[in-house]
Design a protein around this ligand. Structure first.
Ligand SMILES: [Fe+2]
Length: 186
């Protein structure tokens, strides 16, 4: 019996392109999440694109489709950390864990955004994004992440979120500020 061939990054980008063309966005987001879970099941993925042994990396882009402007990034963190509560500006994002889980929190904004610098957000949902699992965030969705040591996760973004302006929330202080990711703010 021939062993099944692992789902490659190239296949992922081709399938995602087809999804965007046939279903459009945001309708295709759930299907892209499924494509990413297939990609996460590829045991050679990071070795192939980052090297063997797989190095830690703050952020490495391993794939980009110019036609759809879909980016595939790998984050491999030696040390645990957590992010601020944030959105992704004009981008949609799918997060998939490759090694070790990420605690994922989804937040809901309660105010109407009419008062500059002010925002009320409440925790909507909290769950563990386990290895092999992907979670999709539509444009405007708000979340935060928290992970332990030796965690590798993949982010697929519609557009290059790292050149965009995004929103950063402080749930306790009830503040919101614009982060210009192109300047390294996040
Ligand atoms: Fe995010």
């Amino acid at each position: 019996m021939t062993p099944p061939t692992a789902y490659s990054l190239e296949q992922f980008l081709a399938d995602t392109r087809t999804t965007i063309k046939t279903k459009g966005m945001p309708s295709g987001l759930a299907e892209i999440r499924e494509h990413l879970e297939k990609l996460l099941a590829n045991p050679e993925l990071l070795k192939k694109h980052l090297g063997d042994p797989v190095p830690y990396t703050d952020r490495t882009t391993i794939g980009h489709d110019p036609e759809t402007d879909v980016h595939v990034l790998v984050h491999g963190r030696a040390k645990g950390n957590k992010s601020a509560v944030h959105d992704h500006g004009p981008c949609w994002v799918v997060y998939g864990n490759y090694k070790n889980p990420t605690r994922m929190r989804r937040w809901r904004r309660l105010d109407d955004g009419g008062q500059p610098g002010y925002a009320e957000v409440e925790l909507q949902k909290e769950f563990m994004n386990e290895p092999g699992m992907a979670s999709a965030f539509a444009i405007g969705d708000i979340h935060s992440i928290e992970f332990g040591d030796d965690t590798f996760f993949i982010r697929v973004t519609g557009g290059d979120v790292e050149t965009k302006q995004t929103l950063k929330f402080d749930p306790e202080k009830k503040t919101v500020e614009v982060a210009n990711r192109a300047l390294g703010q996040r």
